[in-house]
Design a protein. Structure first.
Length: 55
């Protein structure tokens, strides 16, 4: 969680918004789908990374 990382929830939201913008997606669900597609830049997400991205 944001607290565990020592940052505010607002900071997480700001970073997620910027990441989504750079990836050309509208939100975290679309981002997860895009990154988990074979051949994507993310080459799929490990279960640990999927859990990390849950907000």
């Amino acid at each position: 969680t944001a607290t565990e990382l020592g940052i505010s929830e607002s900071t997480v939201k700001t970073h997620m918004k910027r990441i989504c913008g750079k990836m050309g997606v509208s939100g975290k669900d679309e981002l997860m789908r895009k990154l988990s597609m074979p051949g994507s830049q993310g080459r799929g997400l490990s279960p640990g990374r999927q859990e990390f991205l849950k907000i």
